[in-house]
Design a protein around this ligand. Structure first.
Ligand code: EZ4
Ligand code: CO
Length: 402
């Protein structure tokens, strides 16, 4: 069996997506997601100029060998561009293999571990009372877990509060939007938000919150301690994680569960976080971390330390990643939760898929492969549009982490 062709499809049904389609001499094709929010075209070039020429003629059944070829063979390892390109190839090859086997991907991975995949939705409001209402709206839709982000008094354009609600999108401008950050105002506000949320909705619903890399380790320890009574499912990205040891300090000060990893690219980015049990949930995802082949390695490693998965699932990951992730989640023994930001109707139409939301969980279908396709005719109607994530500055103008 041979790979005969591979093509990159760029489409913007409301936001940009990069998709790789691999074709074979048996007529079976597979698709993989290569979207890198705000840096899309760099992955297009990496695939078209440097990966696809190496794929033609290779046996698509040799997924592991092709993964190692692209990882070791580049000489230059890791990084968001490289690992997304590898992920796109890997997911397309798993799609092909599962189609050839006539199995849904989860079956090929080892079979079903659970009936459905627990997901959390994004509730966000401009202020405290709107955020309380939005969380209620998600509970009414059947969600068992909700992430709460709120506008902060005195902070213009706080993280996680977009113009939309159900379809909120952070990459919102042709050049990065400037936002301002103030740690003191944030820390003064957040415990009160969760007081009110627990007072209103009780303790049965799981609540989550994303700090989005804004705090120092000791500030993160303070916040974790302050929200301990609110029993969060997790506090996410409390501090930047380039220095994995930074989490040791956070961990020493709080029992609030910690999640990190949506911007990680390989197992090496989380090796110490996991082995030292500094975290509870690893948020690496299929598209960001070299596909199913590498995410499986991370999950198995994490299982030894009772760290569970909590894969990134924002709208900048296409439905192709969501489909593959749901198969992964259906199989992976140490599953925790899956993030689920709903794609727009335009996006869902470009990427027909068989997963469905029902009663707080997503359920994969039994279509052979990962169950997601691309409608190329429709995709062609939405040309690429530059869109960037915002940047953040402190009040004195100095750059901070967005
Ligand atoms: O801001 O994926 O937990 N989810 C997140 C995301 C990120 C976006 C950035 O592109 O932090 O919403
Ligand atoms: Co996040």
């Amino acid at each position: 069996m041979k790979i005969t062709a591979a093509r990159v499809i760029v489409t913007c049904p409301g936001r940009n997506f990069v998709t790789l389609k691999i074709e074979t001499d048996q007529g079976v094709y597979g698709i993989g997601d290569a979207t890198l929010n705000g840096r899309e075209l760099s992955v297009v070039s990496y695939l078209e100029d440097h990966v696809i020429p190496c794929l033609i003629g290779k046996d698509p059944r040799r997924i592991e060998d092709i993964w190692q070829y692209l990882y070791r063979g580049a000489y230059w390892r890791r990084g968001p561009v490289t690992m997304r390109a590898i992920a796109a190839v890997d997911v397309a090859l798993w799609d092909i293999k599962a189609k050839m086997a006539g199995m849904p991907l989860y079956d090929l991975l080892g079979g079903r571990s659970r009936d459905g995949v627990l997901v959390y939705g994004h509730a966000n409001g401009a202020d405290l009372s709107e955020t309380i209402d939005e969380v209620g709206r998600y509970i009414d839709m059947g969600y068992k877990a909700v992430r709460a982000q709120s506008g902060i008094p005195g902070i213009a354009l706080a993280y996680g509060v977009g113009r939309g609600k159900l379809y909120y999108e952070p990459a919102d401008a042709a050049l990065p939007t400037e936002t301002v950050w103030d740690t003191r105002k944030y820390l003064n506000f957040i415990p009160g938000l969760f007081d009110k949320l627990r007072e209103t909705y009780g303790f049965d619903v799981e609540l989550l919150h994303d700090v989005h890399h804004r705090l120092t380790p000791i500030e993160a320890g303070q916040l974790g301690k302050a929200v301990e009574p609110h029993k969060l499912f997790w506090l996410e990205d409390v501090t930047p994680a380039e220095n994995q040891e930074a989490f040791k300090l956070v961990r020493q000060h709080t029992t609030t569960p910690l999640a990190v990893g949506e911007i990680f690219n390989t197992i090496w980015d989380c090796k110490d976080l996991i082995a030292n049990q500094y975290i509870d949930f690893i948020r690496t995802t299929i598209v960001g971390t070299g596909g199913v082949t590498h995410l499986r390695r991370i999950a198995d490693f994490a299982a030894i330390y009772q760290v569970r998965t909590g894969s990134h699932g924002a709208t900048d990951l296409s439905p192709v990643t969501m489909g593959a992730a749901l198969h992964f989640d259906t199989w992976v023994p140490n599953f925790g939760i899956q993030e689920y930001m709903r794609h727009s109707e335009e996006t869902d139409a470009v990427f027909p898929h068989d997963y469905q939301f029902n009663d707080g969980r997503l359920h994969v279908g039994d279509t052979p492969g990962h169950g997601v396709d691309i409608d190329e005719t429709l995709a062609a109607k939405y040309p690429y549009r530059p869109a960037y994530l915002p940047v953040a500055r402190l009040e004195d103008g100095a750059m901070w982490n967005w």
